[in-house]
Design a protein around this ligand. Structure first.
Ligand code: PHE
Length: 596
């Protein structure tokens, strides 16, 4: 096809990005999504902050960015979506095609639970439009005023002191507990349970086990220090509040009471939504409909335009909320939580989760970047593009943490609250801000929705493009049929938290809700495996000629660094993590040995 006109016609037929920036914008739109704003803060909270964030950043740099470049390269060179791309590059059908298929499957699985969370965001957008938090705030304010007027100051002092003591001792106690590896505490728990059941006899029998006896001795010594730390925290708190004036105590107690009521009601509202399967069905269906419409509308016009304008708006709004957080009492604590690496605070499983999330948040391991790369013309620097996409994604993820955790700590909430974190925390701040808060809430949840949409589009695009590219379906037909099938497949996730769920036995049987199971399967298995194969393919299998052509203009040293990462570092790290998952390595003990 040397005739430029013919080439252009072919490009138009398959669809291409409208501008050079278009690809980066759309890829960043795919990367930035619920993973950044919903998932990252809550898994950071569950994994103790600091060190988890650092490990995550390392995963992005050492595994994510190299594999991102690899995916874009494969897509751009093949000009095909993942299933077809490998065969095109190898010149024949090979086993690598299976990697493409796994990607299609992963897109299917992820979108099926992603639409549920996006549905929650939709519900919250509407809730914000009717200003749902205002009555909650007003009622709480009234109650707190009454509380201030009627409660004796001594009772307030006692309550505040108890709260402060609990808060401070929790951190102290955690630190002491982490001095021993988890196995010690597991042994100790087993011992205590046995003593509880069999009394002195159980005690004697268990202490006969040499290893266990040593664990018990160690745990008991630490337990003594735990008790002492609790005691000290209680004394400190009482002294602290004795020094505060009555007025200071009253004011603080009122705020605490008001915030407690607001947090309880807002938490309740979230619980009510997620357990209401039919409402979530409605929202998920609406979200899926939007996704289908954009994908059916074609590559450039739909996706690119949405991303170019709304993404910067989201970042600006989040920046604003971070500034708001900076004026809250919990900001210092939030900063420490997010950035201070404390080896004793990391849960071992966090390492695995950090890697899995690096794939999830960058949309890697399922061919989304292969697909988007395939619509790219020209030979712009792939490494630079990857750095930009990952950079924007990381900034949004960190902003999300800096926005959410000050509110969590200011309200005395739990960082480890799980999947509801963003929905339970942000409305607290919006409620306090008053009437301007309503506008912020609408903007925030609305933009979160847009971010979710630009990610969902890329998932459906991977699945649909197989039927468009390989099966010759029309774009609208593929979008509609597959969108509907995925929606149906997602219904168990929609109803996963509804008490009337038909698969009620799922959670007791598998230890996770259906929704969490889908997330777990995709994020922890399918994406890392897909990424592993992509890195091996790009590093070792992809013909050098093709690779060199795609890396034209990239500095030789950069190419060498990338090759090192994609050939060795990324695969080895992923394999190590997967080995740990199947139980060959015990990362609990490794980490403990490493840091002690
Ligand atoms: N990266 C998206 C997010 O962070 C999720 C996603 C995963 C999108 C895989 C496409 C492919 O929300």
């Amino acid at each position: 096809m040397s005739d430029p006109k013919a080439k252009e016609a072919a490009a138009v037929e398959r669809g291409n990005w409208g501008s050079r920036l278009g690809f980066v914008m759309a890829a960043a739109g795919s990367a930035v999504g619920l993973g950044n704003v919903w998932k990252f803060p809550y898994i950071t909270g569950e994994n103790g902050g600091g060190l988890f964030v650092i490990i995550y950043l390392c995963c992005i740099a050492l595994v994510g960015i190299p594999i991102m470049a690899a995916e874009i390269m494969i897509g751009r060179a093949a000009k095909k979506q993942p299933v077809a791309a490998f065969a095109t590059l190898s010149g024949r059908k090979t086993g690598w095609t299976a990697v493409g298929w796994m990607g299609v499957l992963a897109g299917f699985v992820i979108l099926s639970f992603y639409m549920v969370v996006a549905g929650w965001a939709m519900d919250y957008t509407l809730k914000s439009i009717v200003n749902f938090s205002e009555p909650i705030h007003d009622a709480a304010e009234k109650k707190a005023t009454v509380y201030r007027a009627t409660t004796p100051v001594a009772a307030m002092r006692a309550r505040l002191a108890k709260r402060r003591a609990a808060h401070r001792s929790r951190a102290l106690v955690d630190d002491i507990k982490r001095e021993a590896p988890r196995s010690v505490w597991r042994g100790y728990a087993r011992y205590r349970a046995a003593v509880g059941v069999a009394g002195g006899a159980g005690r004697a029998a268990l202490l006969g086990e040499k290893k266990l006896a040593a664990q018990v001795v160690r745990a008991e010594a630490l337990q003594k220090r735990v008790d002492a730390a609790r005691e000290a925290a209680a004394v400190e708190a009482v002294t602290y509040y004795r020094k505060r004036s009555d007025d200071q105590v009253r004011a603080e107690a009122e705020t605490v009471e008001r915030r407690r009521i607001i947090a309880k009601k807002i938490g309740g509202a979230f619980g009510k939504l997620v357990t209401d399967g039919w409402t979530v069905t409605f929202w998920s269906a609406l979200f899926m409909l939007l996704t289908i419409l954009v994908v059916a509308g074609g590559i450039s016009s739909g996706i690119e335009r949405t991303c170019r304008f709304l993404m910067p708006t989201l970042i600006a709004l989040m920046g604003f909320m971070v500034v708001y957080g900076a004026f809250q009492s919990g900001f210092g604590e939030a900063l420490t939580f997010v950035f201070k690496p404390d080896p004793h605070r990391l849960k071992a499983s966090g390492v695995l989760e950090a890697l899995g999330h690096a794939f999830f948040t960058l949309s890697l391991g399922m061919g989304a970047m292969i697909t988007y790369g395939s619509y790219q013309e020209g030979k712009d620097n792939i490494i630079k593009q990857s750095l930009w996409i990952a950079g924007v994604d990381t900034v949004v993820a960190l902003l999300a943490c800096l926005m959410i955790f000050p509110i969590i700590f200011s309200y005395g909430q739990e960082p480890g609250a799980g999947p509801g974190l963003v929905f339970k925390s942000m409305p607290l701040a919006f409620a306090e801000i008053g009437s301007g808060g309503m506008l912020l809430a609408i903007l925030f949840f609305g933009l979160l929705l847009v971010a979710a949409l630009t990610s969902a589009i890329s998932m459906l695009e991977v699945v649909a493009s197989y039927f468009i590219d390989v099966r010759g379906w029309s774009r609208p037909r593929a979008a509609w049929i597959l969108g509907i099938v995925i929606f149906a497949f997602g219904l168990p996730s929609v109803f996963a938290f509804d008490p009337d769920f038909v698969l009620k036995s799922w959670e007791p049987t598998y230890g996770k809700s259906f929704f969490d199971t889908m997330d777990y399967l995709a994020s922890n298995w399918m994406l890392p495996l897909g990424g592993l194969f992509v890195s091996i393919y790009a590093g070792w299998v992809l013909p050098k000629k093709i690779r060199d052509a795609e890396l034209e203009g990239v500095a030789p040293i950069t190419v060498r660094g990338w090759l090192l990462l994609v050939r060795w570092v990324a695969p080895i790290l992923v394999i190590a993590v997967l080995l740990q998952k199947v139980g060959v390595l015990d990362i609990d003990e490794i980490l403990y040995a490493l840091f002690n």
